[in-house]
Each structure stands twice: as C-alpha cells, then as structure tokens.
Design a protein around this ligand. Structure first.
Ligand code: ZN
Length: 76
C-alpha cells in the first residue's frame, strides 16, 4: 500500500468548491496519539521500518541512503 498525504487530493478538487468543502469535512484523517501512523519517516512518510533512535525519525530505506551524509560510518 502506498502512503500518500491526504492534502494531495485538495490540489485536484480545488476548482470544485462544494466537493472541496465536503472532502475537508469527511476525509481528513484523525490525529493519532498512538499506533503505527504516529511514527512516520520525515523524508518519505513511510510508517514501516521506522528508526526513531537518536532522534533520527527515518525509515530504514531513507536512512541507508543518507547515512553517510549525516555522519554515520560503516565499520568492518
Ligand atoms: Zn523514508
């Protein structure tokens, strides 16, 4: 399942005011206090394979890509 932000749809329906209002009223997701969707990768928004340790807040795929840039070294 892909993870898209709900505001992406607003761009498509902004010229239809009635639909726009209806979407904002009924389709905005609830604010979560706990559960998987609380932890999202700050780079891509993915919820699985989340690394929150050391305040990273990346998914493992993004961490792999940017680890050398933010100063992680691979030993061995
Ligand atoms: Zn990510």
């Amino acid at each position: 399942m892909t993870n898209t932000h709900y505001t992406k749809v607003l761009k498509q329906i902004r010229h239809k005011p009635a639909k726009y209002e209806k979407y904002l009223k009924y389709n905005v997701p609830r604010k979560r206090k706990f559960g998987r969707s609380v932890h999202k990768c700050r780079r891509c928004g993915q919820t699985s394979a989340f690394i929150g340790r050391y305040g990273l807040n990346f998914c493992r795929q993004c961490f792999r890509e940017i680890a050398p840039k933010i100063g992680f070294k691979k030993y061995s």
